[in-house]
Design a protein around this ligand. Structure first.
Ligand SMILES: [Zn+2]
Length: 138
């Protein structure tokens, strides 16, 4: 890792800080907007700070990067395991996954429906758009 990164950049890179308004997140927002849905962003008071929420419908969407959040779909080629420092990455990834699972569990206990959108799903915008619509309306 280059030493030219600022502490903030490094923290984002390390997955310690949840980055806002990422490209995948913006793309999901555009799809929802195109379907005419109104939503709120970055619900800071909810577990895991969901990226997109529909408060009246009690639906929360997380847009997850496949690498950091460990997309387990065998079709996904964005979540490849790093070749070096395997133990370091394994610990980091396990912490991320445990945190994600705990946030989902808490939200569901609070009566929210939760959808995780994976970065690689954006490759098929039509399919993802339909999935989002089913989730929001369902
Ligand atoms: Zn993926």
């Amino acid at each position: 890792m280059a030493d030219t990164l600022s502490p903030h950049e490094r923290s984002v890179r390390m997955g310690l800080i949840k980055e806002r308004n990422t490209k995948p997140e913006m793309a999901v927002r555009r799809l929802l907007h195109a379907k005419g849905f109104r939503y709120r962003l970055h619900a800071n008071e909810l577990p895991g700070k969901p990226d997109i929420v529909f408060r009246r419908r009690r639906k929360a969407i997380f847009v997850h990067g496949c690498f950091w959040h460990r997309h387990t779909d065998p079709e996904c080629n964005l979540a490849r395991f790093p070749k070096s420092r395997a133990e370091f990455w394994r610990a980091k990834f396990e912490a991320n996954q445990a945190r994600d699972a705990e946030n989902c569990r808490m939200l569901r206990e609070m009566g929210w429906n939760v959808l995780v959108v994976w970065e690689c799903e954006l490759r098929d915008a039509e399919q993802l758009g339909n999935k989002l619509e089913r989730f929001v309306r369902g």
